[in-house]
Design a protein around this ligand. Sequence first.
Ligand code: PHE
Length: 465
Amino acid sequence: ATPRNLTIAGTDYPTDTWTNVPQSILSQYGRKLHIQPDHPLSITRKLVESRFPGFRNHNTLPGVVTVDQNFDSLGFTSDHPGRSRTDTYYINKDTLLRTHTTAHEVDVFRQNSSDGWTLSADVYRRDAVDRSHYPVFHQMEGALTWDRSAFASRQACMDAIRESFDKLPKHDLVVEDPNPTFHAERNPLQDKYHSADEAEIVAAHLKRSLEDMVVAIFTAADKALIASGQSSESEKDPLKVRWVEAFFPHTSPSWEMEVWWRGDWLEVLGCGVIDQPLLIRANQLDRIGWAFGIGLERIAMLLFGIPDIRLFWSKDPRFLKQFTDAGPMKRFQPFSKHPPAPRDVAFWLPKTLKGDVVAETPASTASAPNSAGGQQTSSPRNNAVEAELAFHENDLMEIVRTIAGDSVEDVRLIDSFTHPKSNRRSLCYRIEYRSLERTLTTEEVNEMHERVCGEMVGRFGVEIR
Ligand code: PHE
């Protein structure tokens, strides 16, 4: 049962039918890993910040925000899938745990305290359970704007942006950028507010700035790899960047940046030319500029070779003592490997009167890691949120996390079929129990697994097969 109030960082919030944030999530609230000295997330944050000299760094904004801050003020439509209770942790119908650092853009722009700023923080999303997803992760937002009213003319402002662009560090990165800047439907020019030339120079400045940032990150990653003996100079294949058309409610045009590093295309960040109505809401009537959002775990995992996202939350000195703010970056050395304990749960979904009960297609394997540009833009999911007994894959994820805590590594759909006669749907998930710190006993794994099955029956009326 939901308590009448939730206390978060000393403040009481009334609950209602929207409340879906469990105690297990609230217990992680306020760890502030991104500013914990010598923590790999903090080291990563500082590395990114160092590529934006003169920017103001906001790193302590609280994670409880309004629906208005997180969605409405950013132009999210009322039916946007990111708002769903299957994806987002609500404290009540008006209040939630921020799902992205963009939630603070309007407030920071309203302060108008610096042209350039970054903002790092913990963000919260209901999501898959695997080695690259955790319901709490960290993002960094960055933005740079120019106040056109401070220049003699709009042309003079464009000249200043061009001049700033020319001073940005040069690089020899291979850049693939095949699409035109604008696309009439998907990525229109905001022609009510600025010209194509203005948007083009802002976009060029954005791309060059972020290319410089990834060169710095991946050069550091290569150095650490080579220093650890895990790779050699000769194995280094040239870094490449690819700009992919994207969609965000708060930028247009928008891109995702992908980086080719050591054999893989990695989705690294989302960015774009800031939505002008957003700036106007912040009382910045004449500003124009760019913004990006980057997931810090993803980058830190690559930089340090950290294989499992749960490690960031570890208080084990064998983990924490490996990293330091000072001196060259060192790769993570695994300190223990404990055996996995897989258990399957197969069940029939109940037939409800309230429409289809559906689950995800095997998404856990396909979904992007905790990052930016991921879930907040995903197409509507195949779910039935409002039906009483409706089951969404993220509900199972949460049951498993609540019961097993950090002793679960991965949950994935391994089988799904619909009985041809009864039309009933059967799903089978494989749950990989494994602790990073010790070997789990058979008894404790069985006990956790029985509780998971029990919750599935109790909460969703499934029939275990
Ligand atoms: N808010 C986006 C996300 O979390 C990332 C983003 C930030 C994109 C700023 C563009 C500009 O997915």
